[in-house]
Ligand binder design. Structure first.
Ligand SMILES: [Zn+2]
Length: 184
């Protein structure tokens, strides 16, 4: 159902990244060349996606529900932007894996850039806590394998608060506002 390969050339996606299989079940995105800190990795990450409420997602047919739960971004509180049912062509950005000390991050609600220089062959990662607060059970990270010194093991609902200094300016807009209100 989910067409993944090959991608048509797409100006929204940095040409130096590609999706690779990590195991039978998992994919990830990797740098095919060195990428400089600040370089854009995807723009309009969510273009062509659909916005659905948590309640709407819970009523979807099981297979598509899982696609939404796995590949969506919580663009507004309890509203998730994910692949459409009719055209579930997944973009490389949807395969970005979590790390507790990632080499990529959001620079707007729709754009992801390199947080550090990334070497050829390195996996590109992002912290899921910067774009989801209310996780679905199916997509919850309970045993993180990022292996970094900052690994939190679990990604939890309050991580946006816990990680606010590390990712200041790199959360989704509504989460950023939540942090500002908290700090008033
Ligand atoms: Zn981790």
């Amino acid at each position: 159902m989910n067409k993944i390969f090959p991608y048509p050339p797409d100006p929204r996606i940095n040409k130096k990244i590609e999706v690779r299989e990590i195991s039978l079940k998992f994919k990830g995105i990797f740098a095919t060349e060195g990428i400089k800190k600040g370089e854009i990795l995807f723009t309009n990450w969510n273009e062509g996606c659909v916005l659905r409420s948590r309640e709407e997602i819970q009523k979807l047919p099981p297979a598509y529900r899982l696609v939404m739960e796995t590949y969506s971004t919580e663009l507004f509180e309890n509203k998730y932007m994910g692949p459409s049912e009719e055209d579930p062509l997944l973009l490389p950005g949807h395969f970005i894996n979590h790390s507790c000390d990632p080499n990529a991050w959001l620079i707007s609600d729709h754009d992801v850039a390199a947080r550090d220089d990334i070497e050829k062959g390195e996996q590109i990662t992002i912290d899921y806590a910067t774009f989801v607060v209310n996780f679905f059970e199916s997509s919850r990270i309970t045993n993180c394998l990022c292996g970094t010194a900052l690994c939190r093991r679990e990604v939890k609902e309050k991580d946006w608060l816990r990680m606010r200094k590390m990712y200041k300016g790199h959360f989704l807009g509504w989460i950023e506002k939540k942090i500002e209100q908290r700090e008033l």
